[in-house]
Design a protein around this ligand. Structure first.
Ligand code: NAI
Length: 334
C-alpha cells in the first residue's frame, strides 16, 4: 500500500464534511489502495460535535484510514498536508451584506493561507469550497506565496454536475452521456453555464446538445437560470444548503486532479487566470474548462465564443473583479 496521504478537511463538523469524509475514507477519491491520514479542523465550539464525527469514522472500520487528527488549531491541522479541502467558512446570516460576508471570510482565508504557507507540503493541492469560493481561494493563494498558484482551485464542479444532470433529465439519457458542458466564472448567480460545445449520446449517436434539445430559447433562458439558481432552490426546499451533492462534486474534482480527466473530456474548475485565455482579467480565480494529466491542469483554449457567451463571461468576470477589489481593501486593512 502507498504511503499515507495526509488530507485536511476544514469545516469538518459541518454538513458537507459529513458526506465528504465518508467518500474520501472509503477510497472513492484518492483510490482504493491509498492509505490516509484524515485531519479534521473546525472551530473550538464545534469540538464536541467533531468528537462524534471521529467516533463515526472509527465505527466505519475502514482499513484505509490509518489515523484521524481532529483539532481546532491551524498549526496542527496544516502540518505536512498533501491535500487541503477548505470547506469551513462564515455562513451568510439574514440581513448580512455580501461585503460583511467577504470581510469575515477574508480573515479566515488569510489565516489559513498563511498556515498553508508555513506548514503544508509545497506540493499541497488546495480546493476552496466555502463561499464566496472564488475570492476566498484568491485570498488563500495570495497568503501562501511559497506554494505554486497552480495548486489552488475553487469548486465549480457542483454547477458543472448540475448542468450535466439537467440536460440529461431533459433528454432522458444517463448523465454520463452528456459531455463537455462549461461553467464560466464565479460560483454565484452570475456564473455562465455554457452548452455550446457540449455533446450528448442519443440513440447511440453523438451529437451537439443544441441539436438534441432543439429548443434554443430553453437553453438560453430557463436552463441558464435553473443552474444559476439551483443552490437557492435546494435551500428553499431543504432549509439547508446543498451538502450531499456538494460532497460528490468535491470528490469528483479531487479525483480528476489525482487521476486525470477522461480522454476527450474536460471539466469546470476555478483556477488562476493569466490574462491570456478568453480575455479574462489576469489574477482572478475564474472557472474555466480544464483538462488534467499527471496532476497538471491546462485550460482548454481556442473554443469559439459567440457574442451571447462573450457578454455572459464578461458579466461574471466583472463581479469577480469587484469581489477581488473589496477583498483587497479588507486584506490591506486587516
Ligand atoms: P455548515 O455550516 O454545515 O458547516 C460549516 C462548518 O465550518 C461549521 O462546522 C463551522 O463551525 C466551520 N467553520 C467556520 N469557520 C471555520 C474556520 N475558521 N475554520 C474551520 N472551520 C470553520 O456548512 P456547509 O453546508 O458544510 O457549507 C460549508 C460552506 O460551503 C459554505 O460556505 C457554503 O456556502 C459552501 N458551499 C459551497 C459550494 C460550492 O459549490 N462551492 C456548494 C455548497 C456549499
Amino acid at each position: 500500500m502507498a504511503e499515507p496521504l495526509k488530507v485536511l478537511v476544514t469545516g469538518a463538523a459541518g454538513q458537507i464534511a459529513y458526506s465528504l469524509i465518508f467518500n474520501i475514507a472509503k477510497g472513492d477519491v484518492f483510490g482504493k489502495d491509498q492509505a490516509l491520514i484524515l485531519v479534521l479542523l473546525d472551530i473550538a465550539p464545534m469540538m464536541s460535535v467533531l468528537d462524534g464525527v471521529v467516533m463515526e469514522i472509527q465505527d466505519c472500520a475502514i482499513p484505509l484510514v490509518k489515523q484521524v487528527i481532529a483539532t481546532d488549531k491551524e498549526d496542527v491541522a496544516f502540518q505536512s498536508i498533501d491535500v487541503a479541502i477548505l470547506v469551513g467558512s462564515m455562513p451568510r446570516r439574514e440581513g448580512m451584506e455580501r461585503k460583511d460576508l467577504l470581510q469575515a471570510n477574508v480573515k479566515i482565508f488569510k489565516s489559513q493561507g498563511s498556515a498553508l504557507d508555513k506548514f503544508a507540503k509545497k506540493t499541497v493541492k488546495v480546493l476552496v469550497v466555502g463561499n464566496p469560493a472564488n475570492t476566498n481561494c484568491l485570498i488563500a493563494m495570495k497568503s501562501a506565496p511559497s506554494i505554486p498558484k497552480e495548486n489552488f482551485f475553487c469548486l465549480t464542479r457542483l454547477d458543472h454536475n448540475r448542468a450535466r444532470a439537467q440536460l440529461a433529465l431533459r433528454l432522458g439519457v444517463p448523465s454520463n452521456d452528456v459531455k463537455n458542458v462549461i461553467i464560466w466564472g464565479n460560483h454565484s448567480s452570475t456564473q455562465y453555464p455554457d452548452v455550446n460545445h457540449a455533446t450528448v449520446k442519443c440513440d447511440g449517436k453523438e451529437m451537439s446538445v443544441s441539436a438534441a434539445i432543439k429548443d434554443d430559447n430553453w437553453l438560453k433562458n430557463d436552463f441558464i437560470q435553473i443552474i444559476q439558481q439551483r443552490g437557492a432552490a435546494v435551500i428553499k426546499a431543504r432549509k439547508l444548503s446543498s451538502a450531499m451533492s456538494a460532497a460528490k462534486a468535491i470528490s469528483d474534482h479531487m479525483k480528476d486532479i489525482w487521476f486525470g480527466t477522461p480522454e476527450g473530456e474536460w471539466v469546470s474548475m476555478g483556477v488562476i487566470s493569466d490574462g491570456n485565455a478568453y480575455n479574462i482579467p489576469d489574477g482572478l480565480i475564474y472557472s474555466f474548462p480544464v483538462k488534467i494529466k499527471n496532476k497538471t491542469w491546462n485550460i482548454v483554449e481556442c473554443l469559439s465564443i459567440n457574442d451571447f457567451s462573450c457578454e455572459k463571461m464578461k458579466t461574471t468576470a466583472t463581479e469577480l473583479v469587484e469581489e477581488r477589489d473589496t477583498a483587497s481593501e479588507f486584506l490591506t486593512s486587516a
